[in-house]
Design a protein. Structure first.
Lengths: 325, 314, 300
């Protein structure tokens, strides 16, 4: 949609923007090959991608090597932008996100004892769990048990039984929505009543589909809230919904903002050479995205707040609070 | 005999010079993406060749070839990027040495996989090799030292066209000479009729193990080359579907035909890239090819002949 | 103690699914001496059949015994169809070919079905319909089990009993056993071997369909790759119990389920899949014929 706007408004310096996209099947080696093709064969000037941090790290190395700017919409692992000065992101980073939920646990829910249930196969999950633990302990909390599962697992009863025996007050579950939904169900079946907390990996329409009513009453941090009264957000949601029939989740919104930032940089850049683009991107300040005014800091990360949401029903999340950096 | 080895020496020198020349030419004029495909094909060829030894020639169906590749990759990377980063190991020769060591460790693994193979029949062996490959993958997936799920990145990219194709030539020559020797005949006997071979005095267990060890050594080296070409590895790169891909390459080329495996590897590396436009449909194409091959032409393209024997009946 | 019982129940419920799928492997192996690699994908198709039938029927039927049985029948039919097709088109032409070829073909069929499913239905996981309303029982403060778990365990055992009766008390069963003993002699004795083989595939695949339904109501997640690991573990269970032995397959399935539950609880979840392979390798090294299997001498 961002592209339509830009091209409709006359393009950039009179030229239309063309997008080439490849699917990497969720595999890091495919990501590497795909981005190499984009850069060397298709000669793109800018890459937007990937979503998962591990693949962004893989592909980012190539982008940095060839000095083509890359903007990741949603990779939150700190290492991504550490790859080099050609890599940018429009979302917050995990060190911040972990802190957010820890703060939420202590200050909002006023609980001290937490269980950690991380996805050992996901860098994102492991990182987030570590940051949460760090902040929780620093603010006087206690981790009673730390167990793991793997992406793709369907049976979590054994680990949940372990967790149940330690009687935690909250369970930090920084995974992706598929497993989170199943875990919520099985936790309920096992009689666990402690609230589950998570990160932006929860955000998807499918979360409540998979988790059913077992999902209600749990919390997670996210990039944007559909209930946010800001007119930009509401207008975007309306437009997206009328076009595609679903409510945009944070991946959609972040993708849009990545494109907006890219287009903004394209406009400001001296020419379309990658290095000018890079400099323009680095100077991004207060660009109006759906997730707010976007400014990229020295580490090329976006400076943003996180919102905490509570699952209240099928596909409905209630906004709870905002936590600023 | 002297003139033979003198000849061989001369040929090798000329070959190496040719490769070096080709390497610089391609590096300068060929689009990096195409070069990438060519190098990947070369690496795949080494893997297909080594798999052919154990599956095509010795008749031991292995579904775990990616496991040996993984061992070689991770071991070599451990030396060049994790334990001793930025040392001699990061140079061209150092990487070569690391790949060699990776291959040796993979060979040891091959020994342990070969041991039970002496007692297991086709189907069971397939499952055990698959199991081995999965255990290797899960092993590396769980070690923090090896980066767990995110793998290892920042690997020195010293595998150039030159090194990959040099190793390919070495692999080919070694395997070719092996198969032409009496040892090679013993190995073929394993495939054709194990019980008769045993009755004729062939030490079946010994040759099974020899095939596995040799095969896994080269697979390990290829794994190292792969790692030092990609600059990055993760456990997902060495999963079952990769093992199956090598099987398809060997079957396509012809089980027992060394040049066939190289052919199969090239076809099946280049074809997916050229079909990238079709995205997911290409994933249906490959198993379909395999099934049709097995039903209509199980001997693959070349059967058990080499490419220079085309037309000759065997 | 509570934890032990809890894991016991969880393990048995998990094992029930493995047992049913293992039966399919062991039956086909018993008759044709080959591992039907595609069996795991047949299982997956059964699960999708359940998802799709719920989608088409909409909210016509309420959760309960009727919808469970109906869906199970649909899954069984779908699986049986795929199984029979695979046998006819891919395996039968290779009946006299070297074993290696059939094995490779089976791998091919397996991959084909996986990728076909991915193209047709996408790789995003789907939700299995809620055929049974979950009811939890709390016999102890830290002990819970659900009606679904009971259903899984009960159905597996019931089907096993039915199968054993079929194989040992009916003419068809005798024919099956004869063909598994020596296919050439059986045909010489007038047994229509092709029909028996087709029936075996039919039965084995239908059982996978049952397993898929039970898995669906227990774990809800359906996606094209779901069969891979279930199939692998079920195969290990079949080998452990002794290929060719029905009781062995079921026992193997339950034991594997228990082993998994306990390993994950007392050890680490990352070894959940590895335990299956560890068991396999141990069995093959120590007693390849499994618990109840008979050692076959290869004659020349």
């Amino acid at each position: 949609m961002a592209l339509e706007d830009a091209n409709a408004a006359g393009g950039i310096g009179g030229k239309r923007i063309r997008v080439i996209h490849y699917d990497d099947q969720g595999r890091s080696d495919e990501a590497v090959t795909a981005i190499t093709k984009l850069i060397t064969r298709d000669k793109v000037v800018l890459v937007i991608g990937e979503v998962a941090s591990s693949r962004s790290i893989a592909a980012g190395a190539i982008a940095q090597q060839y000095k083509i700017p890359m903007i990741t919409p949603a990779s939150t692992n700190a290492k991504v932008t550490q790859l080099g000065d050609y890599i940018f992101r429009v979302c917050f980073i995990d060190p911040f996100q972990g802190k957010v939920m820890a703060k939420f646990t202590r200050e909002f829910l006023k609980k001290t004892k937490a269980a950690i249930f991380r996805d050992i196969r996901s860098d994102y999950s492991v990182g987030l769990a570590d940051f949460y633990t760090q902040e929780l302990k620093a603010t006087g909390g206690e981790v009673v048990i730390d167990v793991a599962y793997s992406t793709g697992d369907v049976d979590f009863k054994s680990q949940l039984t372990s967790i149940r025996s330690k009687k935690p007050e909250v369970i930090f579950l920084p995974g992706y929505y598929t497993e989170v939904g199943l875990i919520a169900r099985q936790a309920k079946e096992l009689g666990i009543t402690a609230p589950l907390l998570g990160g932006d990996g929860w955000d998807s329409e499918k979360l409540t589909e998979i988790g059913g009513d077992a999902m209600n009453g749990h919390y997670f941090s996210n990039h944007y809230s559909q209930e946010d009264k800001s007119p930009t957000i509401q207008a975007f949601i309306e437009r997206y919904r009328s076009k595609y029939n679903v409510i945009p989740d944070s991946m959609v919104v972040l993708g849009h903002d990545a494109a907006v930032v890219a287009i903004d940089a394209l406009r400001r850049a001296k020419d379309t050479s990658p290095s000018s683009l890079r400099d323009a991107l680095a100077a991004t300040k207060d660009v109006p995205g759906v997730t707010g005014l976007i400014t990229l800091n020295e580490q090329r990360d976006a400076v943003k707040s996180a919102v905490v949401m509570k699952v209240t029903g099928p596909k409905t999340y209630g906004y709870v609070t905002t936590i600023a950096p | 005999m002297k003139s033979l080895s003198k000849n061989a020496f001369l040929v090798s020198v000329v070959f190496i010079l040719l490769l070096a020349a080709l390497d610089s030419l391609l590096g300068a004029y060929l689009n990096p993406y195409f070069l990438r495909v060519v190098v990947n094909a070369g690496i795949a060829a080494i893997l297909a060749l080594s798999l052919n030894l154990v599956s095509g020639c010795a008749g031991q169906f292995s579904l775990g070839h990616a496991g040996f590749m993984a061992v070689g990759a991770y071991v070599s990377v451990a030396l060049t990027s994790i334990a001793f980063p930025q040392t001699w190991f990061s140079s061209g020769l150092g990487v070569g040495a690391a790949c060699l060591i990776g291959g040796l460790v993979a060979g040891v693994a091959g020994y342990f996989v070969g041991l039970p193979s002496a007692r297991l029949r086709g189907d069971y062996l397939a499952i055990v090799t698959l199991g081995f490959s999965e255990i290797v993958r899960v092993f590396f997936l769980n070690l923090e030292w090896f980066g767990r799920a995110r793998g290892v990145s920042g690997i020195p990219k010293e595998s150039t066209f030159f090194w990959v194709y040099l190793w390919l030539a070495v692999t080919f020559v070694v395997l070719w000479r092996l198969m032409r020797s009496s040892r090679g005949r013993a190995i073929l006997a394993l495939r054709d009729n194990e019980i008769a071979a045993e009755a004729m005095g062939v030490n079946v267990a010994h040759y099974k193990i020899v095939s596995f060890v040799t095969s896994s050594f080269f697979a390990g080296v290829a794994g190292g080359l792969f790692a030092h070409y990609q600059g990055f590895i993760d456990p997902q790169s060495f999963d079952f579907s990769r093992s199956v891909m090598f099987v398809i390459m060997v079957v396509l080329g012809g089980m027992g035909s060394l040049s066939g495996s190289v052919l199969g590897a090239f076809v099946l590396t280049i074809l997916p890239e050229s079909l990238r436009v079709f995205e997911e449909y290409r994933l249906i194409l490959f198993p379909l090819i395999l099934i049709c091959l097995m039903i209509v032409r199980p001997q693959g393209i070349l059967g058990s002949r080499e490419i220079w024997e085309w037309g000759r009946k065997k | 103690m509570q934890a032990f019982l809890q894991n016991l129940i969880n393990g048995l419920a998990l094992g029930g699914v493995y047992a049913l799928v293992a039966l399919g492997y062991t039956m086909v192996y018993g008759i044709l001496q080959f591992i039907n690699f595609a069996h795991s994908e047949i299982f997956m198709i059964g699960a999708f059949a359940g998802v799709l039938s719920a989608y088409w029927l909409g909210g016509l039927v309420e959760p309960g015994w009727l919808s469970l049985s109906l869906t199970m029948l649909v899954s069984m039919a779908a699986c049986a169809l795929v199984g029979i097709l695979a046998e006819r088109l891919a395996y039968r032409p290779l009946r006299s070919a070297p074993r290696l070829n059939v094995l490779i073909t089976a791998v091919g069929v397996s991959l084909l079905l996986q990728n076909l499913a991915q193209v047709l239905w996408g790789s995003t996981p789907r939700l299995y319909p809620m055929l049974v309303t979950p009811v939890s029982f709390h016999p102890g403060p830290d002990l819970v089990f659900t009606n679904i778990q009971l259903i899984v365990i009960g159905v597996s055992i019931a089907l096993l009993v039915g199968l054993v009766l079929l194989v040992h008390r009916t003419k068809l069963g005798i024919a099956m056993r004869a063909v598994s003993f020596d296919i050439e002699v059986a045909s010489l004795m007038g047994i229509p071997t092709n029909r028996v083989i087709v029936f075996t595939f039919f039965l084995g695949s239908a059982l996978a369909g049952c397993a898929a339904t039970l898995y669906g109501i227990s774990y809800q997640k359906v996606e094209p790759m779901m069969g891979v690991w279930i199939g692998m573990k079920a195969f290990v269970a079949a080998v452990f119990g002794g290929v060719g032995s029905l009781g062995g397959a079921v026992l193997g399935g339950f034991i594997l389920g228990l082993a998994e539950s306990f390993t994950v609880y007392y050890g680490s979840s990352t070894f959940r899949d590895a335990i299956a392979f560890a068991i396999l390798i141990l069995v093959l090294l120590i007693r390849p014929s499994g618990l109840f299997g008979s050692v076959r001498k290869e004659k020349v």
